[in-house]
Structures are given as C-alpha cells and as structure tokens.
Design a protein around this ligand. Structure first.
Ligand code: SAH
Length: 234
C-alpha cells in the first residue's frame, strides 16, 4: 500500500522533469526522438554516449535557418564546403572510439564543433583542428558560449595533427584523407584508438579503426562505407 503512492510520485516527478526539459529547450522532444529512432534502434548501446547525445543541443550547432532540420537523419551544410555529420555517424564513430573519462582526444575537422561537444562529455579533454579559419573561430566561440570548457580549437592543417599535445588516447578524423596520415598514427598513444573515414574519392570511402597495442603494433579494421568531406591539403 505504501509502495503505490511512492511509485506514482516518482512517475509524476519524471514527467515534471521531462516537461521542464522540453520547456527549457524547445527541441527536447525532437532530440529524444533522434536518439531513440536514429541511434538506439540502429544498435548504439554506450549509455554515456546516448546521454551525451540527449544533452548536446545539436540545433545550436547548425546555421539558424536550418535549426528546424537539426534533428533529421542526415548531414547538413554549415558553409565553406563543410557539413555537420549525420547524428548516427557521429554516434557510430564515437562508440567505436570507446572513450573514457580520463582520455585526451584529438579531432581533425572541427566544422560546427558538434562532434567535439559530444566527445567532450565523454573524455577529459578534446583538442580539435580545423583548416578553415572562419569555422575554427565560430566553433570556438560557440563551444565557449555553451560551456564546453574542455575543448580547445585551433586553426591549422589536420595532416600535421597537434604534436605539442601528443600523444592522444583517442583520435577521430571527420574529414576523409586518401590515406590515414602517418603523423596522426605517430601521435596516437600506445593502447590508443583512431577512427577515420579513408578514401581517395567521396564514393570510395570506408571507416577504418586503427588500434595501437601496448607494444606499439598497429591493427586496422574496416567498419563500413561512409561519405565525408574530403580532407583538404594544408
Ligand atoms: N566534425 C564536424 C564535421 C566536419 S566536416 C562537425 O561536428 O560539425 C569536415 C571538416 O573538416 C570541415 O569543417 C573542413 O573544413 C575540415 N577540414 C578539411 N580538411 C582539413 C584539414 N586538412 N585539416 C583540418 N580540417 C580540415
């Protein structure tokens, strides 16, 4: 008899909390639907990642005229020939990266800063390199404004990585090089993981996972076809 009202109270509290979240951010419902239908139902399981994708306001990382499309199952243009990746691809790559709270991570291709924001909730620090100065600047400002204090963005050529901060436990490329640069594999810590789209043309790209064992040996695993913005020569 005592348990019933308690359960009811918990249910009402949950509804109140959900309503508050939806009211505070008009996109809460769309974001929840994105996580369930596009991400969980396609097999992504990492609970910390699912929580991060429930929390990061993707609509604040797209141009204002496209905000209404921010939670759709597709990439969107963000200017300068760049795109914010499809939510599922962000989730898939982040899950393959197996991020942990103590990790230091490097991202190549900051773009909107959305992937960096998601990753920043899962690791200790994110360093992100973007070649287009205007994108580097706007992502840096947006991440700061939204409180992602553990992300550092720098304008530069991703082929070179960020040698001053190496080694990195995790590296993610969100632009596709014809071949994963040796400089980036060199900057991967032992026991580290690197995920990247690789391929000479947008029609021949594949996700590749590189694992560096504690003894420094490298294994490469293919993880399916994708289509990313090609990585520009610096
Ligand atoms: N991760 C981004 C999506 C990036 S699209 C997001 O969450 O929004 C790919 C980005 O890589 C583009 O912004 C492009 O300008 C950048 N890029 C392309 N070549 C690069 C290079 N050589 N070094 C660093 N960034 C590069």
């Amino acid at each position: 008899m005592i348990a019933t009202p308690k359960r009811g109270a918990v249910a009402w509290l949950a509804i109140a909390a959900l309503s508050a979240a939806v009211a505070a951010d008009g996109y809460g419902y769309q974001r929840e639907r994105m996580v369930v239908q596009q991400i969980q139902e396609r097999g992504i399981k990492n609970p910390r990642l699912l929580l991060a994708m429930r929390e990061v306001p993707r609509h604040l990382f797209v141009p204002s005229e496209l905000q209404g499309m921010a939670y759709m199952d597709q990439p969107l243009p963000i200017g300068y020939d760049a795109t914010i990746s499809q939510p599922y691809i962000v989730a898939l790559m982040t899950e393959l990266l197996e991020p942990s709270p103590g990790h230091k991570a490097l991202e190549i291709g900051t773009g909107s800063g959305y992937q960096a924001a998601v990753l920043s909730k899962l690791v200790k620090r994110v360093y992100s390199v973007e070649i287009v100065p205007q994108l580097a600047q706007s992502a840096r400002e947006n991440l700061k404004r939204l409180g992602y204090w553990n992300v550092t963005v720098r304008q530069g050529d991703g082929y070179k990585g960020w040698p001053e901060e190496a080694p990195f436990d995790r590296i993610i490329l969100t632009a596709a090089p014809p071949r994963i640069p040796d400089a980036l594999i060199d900057q991967l810590a032992r026991g580290g993981r690197l995920i990247a789209p690789e391929g000479a043309t947008p029609f021949s790209q594949e996700l590749v996972l590189i694992e560096k064992a504690p003894d420094g040996s490298i294994t490469r695993t293919r993880a399916g076809g994708v289509r990313f913005v090609p990585m520009k020569k610096g």
